[in-house]
Each structure stands twice: as C-alpha cells, then as structure tokens.
Design a protein around this ligand. Structure first.
Ligand SMILES: [Zn+2]
Length: 391
C-alpha cells in the first residue's frame, strides 16, 4: 500500500468527471433499491432486495453468488468484473441490504428527491452505499482502469440485527483480504470516515426476591426492585468515560401491583467499549454481581460481545490513502470515532485494516428524516473507485 506512488497513477479527476453525467442514474437506482423494502426480519423482502442487487452486479460482468440462508435473508457475494486483474491479494467491500424499517414504511416515508437530498428508508443506511460501489465500478470500467487485486463485494442481510447469519462469511472473506472497505454511512455533514468504533454488548440483570403484602407483613418479603436498584448503582460504577467504557441501564421492569413487595425485576443494559482488551474485565465485573439484600437472587446474562474497531497504525495508513485520493480531487476529508457498532468491527478484530463510513453523506439514519446529500454522491463514488484501484 504505497499510497503516494500508487494514487498518482489513478486518474482521480477523470473518475470524478466520468461520474458527473451519472448522477441521475445513481438516484434512479437508489430509488429502485429503497422502494424494495427490506426489513431484516422479513426474509422474502430482503431476498428480493438481494436479488435486485445481484442483478446489478451481474450487469457489470461480476461473478455473483447468492449465499442462500434458511431463516435470514440471502447474502450476495460479487467478485471482480470483466477485465480485473487477478494478481495476489484481495480487497473486500462490505455492506448490507437490510434496513430497520418495517414493511409499509414507504407509505408514510416514500422515496423522494428534494432540497438537494434523496429521502427515504435506507437511503443513508445503507442502500446509498451499495449504489456508490456500483457506480465506482462503472467509472473504472468506463475509463479502463484495472485494479490488480481480487475485489470481493459482500452484501449481507442481517447487519441491523447483529449479523448472526453473516458473521462467519464476513470473517472468512476478511481473513483473505488485505483491507476491508465498509460502506456504512459517513459521519457528519462533511462525510468523515470512521476510523474508530466502540464495541457493543448487552446484558440482562434479573433480580428475584419474595413477594409479600406491602402493608401487613413486608418483613416476610424480599423486594426484587430494591435489589435491582442496588445492582444498577453498581453498574453505574463500571462507567469509565476516559477509557471509553459506558454502561447504561436502558430498560427496567419489575413488580406487579402497588401493595405487593415485588418478587421479580429485570434490567437491560447497553455496554460500549473502545478497546478489545477491556472486554474480559467488563464481563468479569458484570458476572461478579452478587445479591445485596438477604434472600435475594441475581442472575446476569450476556455481556460485552461485538468487538471495537480500534484505530491501529494500519487503519490510519488506510485513512491516509483515502485522504490523498481526495486531495487529488481537491476535496477535504476528515475522520471520526463513533459509539455505534458495525460489521467492520468483526473484520478489524481479526487484525485486517478496516476503513469504515465510506458510504454516502447524509443524516437521520433509522429515523423519518433519513436522507443522503445528492451533490456528494459523485465524490464518494470516486473515492471508492480510487481505493479499489489503488490498494
Ligand atoms: Zn448500516
């Protein structure tokens, strides 16, 4: 990855120019993808979207395989296209076809273009990213630029619900790759790349006591809600913002009616961490929780799970390549860290240099305001094209 020498050979300005005439086509394709609703839990819907994405890769001469799944939606693997060299090495491009929006969302939140933006469910997270990759390839093909490494594009169906069915495939491809480019939404108005992501975990704390009449014989009871409250106070002590560790109790429930000492109480806990090295300690702390009230029981399930994406030297080098490609187009680009997880965390955890947030510029992911900025589509597609040809 000799960034300075290689990137000089990639005609970034020409790529950008090539994409100028393609903005309308990019929007049209984005509209088609968005109108194919694809909530993670509805297999038939995600399958349809996957088939649509597969067709687009086939049209570009890529070798496409549909990775069929039993319960979850199918994944799509596209490799190379006509004329790509097959020298040693592999670059992996990673994204997902599923969205968080239930079927029927389009009725209230249709795909539309206005105020220089394209709005709709999944425009930003991350059907826009899939469109960018396709047009990056179009630009390279039109200009006859031939990347030397094998290029593998993997579009999974279950990123929004934890990637259970795709994780193994993601990791398998990543192990064969020299770098992973993740087309998740970029960060902020300026479209910064994500060179650092926190790891994410979840835990459940279940407190069990003994019910009794709250007025007549409270001493015979053990209050599960009180027990849980004491445990939550301990959880709060696990927060260490300077180390990038946050522990948030997010959902609590307990008790049945007002005059009964509650027998059951339960808390859901969101856990985030910047360093993989902290995972064992966090889990030890969690599972070391012991009952405080006499007669109470406490059970802990789950813990820290998805690894963080750490800003290693290799990650910052990859960012440097992206930065120099943008510079050649006369455009700035910054980097950011985020508390949200992505599939890039799995590849980064294997030690494979991973650059995340390479997708569209926009805002409002997972909300009615979700959109991408149209004027930035071209430069983002050019950046991806540059990376595919340079790395
Ligand atoms: Zn996403």
């Amino acid at each position: 990855m000799a960034s300075s020498t290689h990137s000089e050979n990639v005609p970034m300005k020409q790529i950008l120019r090539e994409l100028r005439g393609r903005q309308g086509a990019m929007l049209k394709l984005l509209g088609e993808f968005v109108r194919c609703e694809s909530p993670s839990h509805v297999k038939s819907a995600v399958d349809e979207c996957a088939a649509m994405v597969a067709r687009e890769w086939q049209r570009r001469g890529a070798k496409v395989r549909i990775l069929r799944q039993g319960q979850r939606g199918n994944h799509v693997r596209a490799e190379n296209w006509d004329g790509v060299g097959r020298a040693s090495g592999q670059i992996m491009v990673l994204g997902h076809t599923d969205t968080v929006y239930p079927l029927g969302t389009l009725a209230k939140m249709p795909f539309r273009v206005g105020q220089g933006r394209a709005w709709g469910p999944g425009t930003f997270d991350m059907k826009g990213g899939i469109v960018l990759a396709l047009f990056a390839v179009d630009a390279l093909r039109a200009l006859g630029v031939q990347p030397t490494k094998r290029l593998v594009f993997l579009w999974t169906s279950d990123e929004e619900i934890g990637s259970e069915s795709s994780r193994r495939t993601i990791e398998q491809e990543a192990r064969r790759s020299d770098a992973v480019l993740v087309l998740e939404p970029s960060f902020g108005r300026e479209g910064r790349l994500k060179t650092q992501r926190k790891g994410v975990g979840g835990a459940e704390i279940i407190a069990t006591g003994r019910s009794a009449h709250a007025g007549i014989d409270p001493e015979k009871g053990v209050n599960a809600v009180h027990e849980l409250a004491l445990q939550i106070a301990r959880l709060m002590e696990m927060n260490d913002p300077r180390r990038g560790i946050t522990v948030q109790t997010t959902v609590v429930s307990g008790g049945s009616i007002t005059n009964v000492v509650p027998e059951h109480a339960r808390a859901m806990v969101d856990i985030r961490y910047a360093r993989a090295a902290d995972i064992p300690r966090i889990n030890r702390c969690l599972h070391a929780l012991r009952p405080i009230l006499k007669g109470a029981r406490v059970e802990v399930r789950g813990g820290a799970a998805r690894p963080p994406l750490e800003r290693t030297a290799a990650v910052s080098k990859l960012f440097g390549v992206a930065q120099s490609l943008m510079q050649e187009m006369g455009l700035p680009i910054g980097e950011a860290s985020t508390g949200g997880g992505s599939d890039g965390s799995f590849t980064a955890a294997l030690g494979v240099p991973t650059l995340d947030g390479l997708g569209a510029v926009g805002d409002g992911a997972h909300s009615p305001r979700e959109h991408v900025v149209i004027s930035k589509l071209r430069e983002r597609a050019a950046l991806i094209a540059g990376l595919l040809a340079t790395l």
